[in-house]
Ligand binder design. Sequence first.
Ligand code: ATP
Ligand code: MG
Length: 258
Amino acid sequence: MTEAALQLIDVHKSFGHAKIIQGLNLEVAKGERHAIIGPNGAGKSTCFNLISGRFRPTSGRILLNGKEVGGKPAFEVNRLGLSRSFQVSNIFANMTVRENVRCSLLYSQGHGYAFWRNVGSSRELQEKTAWVLERVGLIDKAHTPAALLSYADQRTLEIAMTIAGDADVILLDEPTAGMSHSETEYAVELIRKATEGKTLVIVEHDMGVVFGLADRISVLVYGEIIATGKPEEIRGDPKVRSAYLGDDAEALTLGGAA
Ligand SMILES: Nc1ncnc2c1ncn2[C@@H]1O[C@H](COP(=O)(O)OP(=O)(O)OP(=O)(O)O)[C@@H](O)[C@H]1O
Ligand SMILES: [Mg+2]
């Protein structure tokens, strides 16, 4: 059996009386590209927040490369090899593109926030930053303040920052949301290349992206995974189709055909 990069075992999360995640079980193999889909409010981002250390699970276990990380702070989970992007962009608007990438590289190397502005000079750091920017097509905008980038470029920068470090497990939360068709295609290719050899868990509403990228798909509805399987298994699953109403069920078909 392939070793798991990520395992969630009977994970629960409540906010007050609201039970948002209810007995979630998920296993992602090393090197797999796994998509999590599900209706708005199903608990997808909460699931990422639990895995990445933003939230502490109410109960259950979360294992990263076999090590318990449930309840550990985010920087520690990052240090153990997991990097995530946010649904709402998390870049530093006042910093340049280059400074943003440099910050995420320093963070992934274990440096604290206060350290960031003073250590720009190491040659290795400069080279790695340039390499990342080259790879994502933002090298020409290295000196542009992030706030002045187009929306799609800001999302690309966020992807770049997530994959910049050496994390071998990458979580992307709706990386193509709000992008045009051609911007989405570019982002998908970028994600595919940049996560080669790594483990990817992606939350997405765009079924074209999901079916184009994922080796396996899990469907999260009301805090529970109702189905996990290969794209063709998920597309044909009646439980999944009934969880998606109207246009969304149609999207499932269209995504499958793309
Ligand atoms: N910090 C919080 N405190 C209280 N409730 C929360 C908190 N975070 C999320 N929730 C609730 O948990 C539920 C799931 O939210 P979540 O953001 O995980 O959904 P999602 O599947 O990512 O939805 P979307 O597709 O719209 O991004 C929602 O009802 C939300 O209001
Ligand atoms: Mg979300």
